[in-house]
Design a protein around this ligand. Sequence first.
Ligand code: FES
Ligand code: FES
Length: 157
Amino acid sequence: MEELIKFTLNGKPVEVTADGDRMLLWVLRVDLGLTGTKYGCGESYCGACTVLVDEKATHSCMTPLKMVQGKSVVTIEGLANNGEMHPLQRAFMENDALQCGYCTPGMILHAYELLKKHPNPTEGEIVNGMEQNLCRCGAHKRIIEAIQAAAQAMKGV
Ligand code: FES
Ligand code: FES
């Protein structure tokens, strides 16, 4: 059933009239043209579709649109601030923490949540915290290093 869903997307209010059971991933990618959020498994296994919903890392492939009514959604397109990359984006780039880049938006947004919980994470906390995000290119070691570098860069922020 079509419903009017109002939420904040990357800091701006949006209104979408759509089937409330349509998955947020497709609303973002198809209806709103934000293709930074990736489709991997569609079954909550890979983390490629991760976005932030009220600052919580969330699999948009399994999140019905109606669940974000009144909430704040942030996608990878919304992480930079006034054209300045977020420290996590910069750290992923500087540490070559990607190969094809398909997993990267989801990795960065999940790492964002991780660093909110653990501003100075141990390697074990990073490994455990990121276990829902898969990288088929095997860049995991550099991803861990990038998250450690971002944590350093964000100290005091
Ligand atoms: S596409 Fe959502 S977890 Fe894989
Ligand atoms: S960089 Fe290719 S899947 Fe992670």
